[in-house]
Design a protein around this ligand. Structure first.
Ligand code: HAM
Length: 446
């Protein structure tokens, strides 16, 4: 209710509602941020272990970077608007078009293959549901400039190692791999016109989430006769390689792809990853630019949405005006992965920690506490002291709350002797230390 005080109008206090967080966005108080950082640290360690360099780009891009290349699904989810200079812009919904744009200007001068990774925050105006938010962080790992399937295998190995680094194992996740060219050949044979191929891929992408009737209906809408639609559906219901090999192995468009896939699987086996990987031709990926091998990672129990998705996109760089370079990579989001880690009890125990808390007995010693703090901070230690005059008991309880490993007690009697008492907060052991040892002209610290 607005209040009136004389002639002065006092506007109502904003209630919680008016400052509510936008739906699909997250806050990261320290504990949540520590969890996020734990994930990022693992991603960065693994990227470096495989020789990848970190890059980044702007969170806002020209709208047209996405409209032509990412496909309808992403375009329908864009956070886009017109800026004050009348430019059509969008918050980045994924990193791959930015990577292609960044490399378009630079790739010619870079040694190949280019191994780059990034951990951007991305924005998609999605219908909010479990595992899907309107912002997420995504680990992007891409190899640009190598067409051989060994690059595809290397990239999948990075993704799987990223999960292992966080404590997950083969019992927790699996990779489902396919090759878009196989599905294209099968769908072409079934009578899907080339102009409808992207729409047909979308139908396959959703086959696990829709009823058989609905899938048949949608295939029919794309021009497939009922018998052909049923044959495609049957193939999708037994999605391993055997069926494709048996029914389509002798087709020109299929033989070489099967060979590539076999080599890919051999490379993965040599990397010790065969237990994690299964071929599943239903994996097509929602994005339009993929051209070859594609994959998605899922939790083994099948309870969650995809943890990660990626594949080969050999034409995107050229499409955004760069050199024609083959490329392969993946994006792994922090949302589904975070759920899986929590579910498996793998979120790290959050502990607040400082090296030293300084307790001053009496206000006269507070300036000395600050001098000691400054000297110790200059040595790189984390130091906290009470910001206001407080009883010794309260200062010790604050030291506990701050997670201090040690406290330094400045008492008048000790200070008059040129010492202070250092207490180890774990075992309670105490010893006297000379005050002059804290100051920079002396080398040794605590
Ligand atoms: P994507 O499949 O759209 O691929 O996203 C990759 C992963 O990001 C998903 O598997 C999921 O874990 C996470 N993710 C996507 N959207 C959301 C969301 N709204 N909320 C939470 N998590 C989400 C790409 O973005 C490709 N650009 C990946 C890539 C890189 N391909 C080649 N290089």
């Amino acid at each position: 209710m607005p209040l009136f005080s004389g002639f002065l109008y006092i506007p109502p206090m904003p209630n919680e509602e008016s400052f509510a967080r936008l739906p699909g966005f997250r806050d990261f108080p320290p504990q949540e941020l520590a969890f996020r950082q734990h994930i990022f640290d693992a991603w960065r360690r693994v990227s470096r272990r495989y020789g990848f360099l970190e890059y980044d780009g702007p969170p806002l891009e020209g709208l047209e970077l996405y409209t032509a290349k990412s496909g309808d699904e992403i375009v329908g989810q864009l956070y886009n608007f017109q800026d004050k200079g009348d430019r059509e812009v969008a918050l980045r919904p994924e990193m791959t078009p930015s990577l292609a744009r960044i490399l378009a200007d630079r790739s010619r001068s870079l040694p190949k293959p280019i191994r780059w990774f990034s951990v951007p925050q991305l924005f998609r105006y999605e219908r909010q549901q479990r595992g899907r938010l309107r912002e997420h962080f995504q680990w992007n790992v891409d190899v640009v400039g190598e067409a051989d399937v060994s690059a595809d295998a290397e990239v999948l190995a990075v993704a799987l190692d990223g999960l292992r680094e966080l404590g997950l194992d083969e019992m927790d996740f699996r990779a489902r791999v396919s090759d878009r060219r196989l599905l294209r050949a099968v769908l072409e044979e079934a009578g899907v016109p080339s102009g409808e191929m992207e729409s047909a891929f979308q139908v396959v992408d959703k086959v696990e989430r829709e009823s058989d009737e609905r899938t048949l209906e949608r295939l029919g809408e794309l021009g497939l006769k009922p018998t052909a639609a049923r044959k495609v559906l049957e193939l999708l219901q037994a999605p391993g390689l055997e069926r494709v090999q048996e029914h389509y192995g002798d087709r020109d468009a299929v033989g070489p792809v099967l060979e590539d896939l076999h080599r890919y699987l051999e490379d993965l086996a040599a990397l010790g990853l065969e237990e994690n990987v299964e071929v599943d031709i239903r994996i097509v990926r929602g994005l339009a630019y993929y051209t070859g091998i594609v994959f998605e990672l899922f939790d083994r129990k099948g309870e969650l949405r995809a943890i990660c998705g990626g594949g080969r996109y050999d034409r995107l760089l050229e499409l955004v005006g760069g050199e024609s370079l083959p490329a392969v990579g993946f994006g792994m989001g922090d949302v589904v992965l975070g759920e899986l880690l929590r579910d498996r009890g793998l979120s790290p125990h959050f502990r607040r920690e400082v090296d030293l808390f300084i307790v001053a007995i009496g206000d006269d010693l507070r300036p000395l506490a600050r001098r000691v703090a400054a000297a110790e901070r200059a040595r790189g230690r984390s130091v906290v002291y009470g910001l206001r005059s407080q009883s010794v008991r309260k200062q010790f309880s604050q030291a506990g709350a701050e997670g201090a490993r040690r406290t330094l007690v400045l008492g008048p009697e000790e200070v008059s002797r040129g010492v202070a008492v250092l207490r180890d907060m774990q075992d309670g052991e105490e010893r006297e230390v000379a005050l002059e040892s804290f100051f920079p002209d002396r080398r040794e610290g605590l």
